[in-house]
Every structure is written in C-alpha cells, then in structure tokens.
Design a binder for this molecule. Structure first.
Ligand code: IMP
Length: 193
C-alpha cells in the first residue's frame, strides 16, 4: 500500500476495531495511530448508512489531524429483524454493554427459526485534499444462543460465520480477523490502491 506509507489515523475509539484494523495494516508498512491516541473527538454518527457514517468519521479525523484517515462503520444485520440493529448496532448496547445488546437481539427474534445474520463493514479512506474512497465487505453467518466465547468484541459471541461451528467470540484474533466483513472491505481497499 505504497500510496499510504507513513502515519495513518485509524478513526475509531472502539479498541476491538482498532486492533483488527492495525493487524490488517501491518503488512503494508503503515504506522497506524488511533483517534483516541491523538485525542480526536468522536463525531456524532448522523448518517443512515454504514458508508455515510464511515465517510463522516474519516473526514472529521483527516480534517482535525492533517493526516490521512481510515474509518470503519460496521454493524450486525439480522435478516428476520429487517436488518436491525444495523447502523444502530453500537447504540443497542447501553454503556457499551453488549450482553444487553445481544439479549435484545435474541428477545426480538422471539423464538423464530430464521437465525441468519451478517456483519457489514464500510471502510472510508480520506486523504487531506482528496475525495473519500469507500469500500464495503460482509461476513454471513448464523446467530446462536446462549452467547459463546470471551474473545473479540461486540456481538461476536452470538455469531457463527458460515462454514464453521464456533462463534467469533471463541476464535483467536488471528483466526477471526481474516474471516471478517472488515477484512473483505480492506481487501477491496488494497486492490484499489
Ligand atoms: P459503529 O461502527 O461505531 O457504529 O459500531 C459498530 C458496532 O457494530 C460495534 O460497536 C459492534 O457492536 C458491532 N460490530 C462491528 N463489527 C463487529 C465485529 O467484528 N464483531 C462484533 N461486533 C461488531
């Protein structure tokens, strides 16, 4: 990713996302700096799409830091819930408590048998003075109850990716990260540069 050598702001305050993005960037000689480490504020996510919110976060971080910025907006879409929680995935967790968010997903499924879900990620890259680039990826899977595993973050303990039988929460980071919506969006970003 020569077009991106040097410092790059990872425009997120979510430690789980920052960790995964840093692992994806590692082979490219980029020096990731988190928005939190630079003391950048988190802009309010006012858009209604993953792409819109990713651009908003990347643009705010690039503007405030003068550096290229990469932002992730992502979430869980549950088919039987019409795509909820979707862009509001983080907001379903009061005070960041994802046990509550997962319980809500399970409660709203109300015993239904369609447990299909997907994680979606939009990555936006904004370089100062340039238009933002946006790339999307998905990871399809099935929800399980009760949640399993203490690794990962967010909804990981209730999500089993297609083709496997363990939840993301039961996987070590080296196993989970390449299977994710984030990795798929990142592959597209790398291919475009
Ligand atoms: P936002 O992009 O900051 O609006 O937050 C997205 C939310 O979606 C996160 O707080 C997580 O709850 C959830 N999410 C996104 N990616 C993942 C993932 O890889 N595993 C589990 N939860 C995720």
């Amino acid at each position: 990713m020569s077009a991106l050598s040097g410092r790059l702001v990872v425009a997120s305050h979510n430690a789980g996302k920052v960790r995964e993005i840093a692992a994806l960037l590692a082979p490219y000689g980029v020096e990731p700096v988190s928005a939190a480490a630079l003391g950048l504020p988190s802009p309010e996510e006012t858009e209604t799409t993953f792409a819109g919110n990713a651009v908003l976060k990347a643009a705010a971080a690039a503007e405030a830091s003068g550096l290229p910025a990469l932002a992730d907006d992502s979430g869980l879409e549950v088919l039987a819930l019409g795509g909820a929680p979707g862009v509001t995935s983080a907001r379903w967790a009061p005070d960041g408590d994802f046990r509550v968010a997962m319980e809500r997903v399970w409660r709203e499924l109300a015993g239904g048998s369609d447990l299909r879900a997907r994680f979606v990620c939009a990555l936006a890259l904004k370089r100062p003075g340039e238009k933002p680039l946006v790339f999307e990826g998905e990871a399809k899977g099935t929800l399980v109850w009760p949640p399993r595993g203490a690794q990962g973050f967010g909804y990981d303990p209730m999500f089993v990716p297609d083709g496997l039988d363990r939840t993301f929460g039961e996987m070590a980071p080296e196993e989970k990260t390449p299977l994710t919506h984030r990795a798929r969006a990142f592959e597209k970003l790398v291919a475009s540069l």
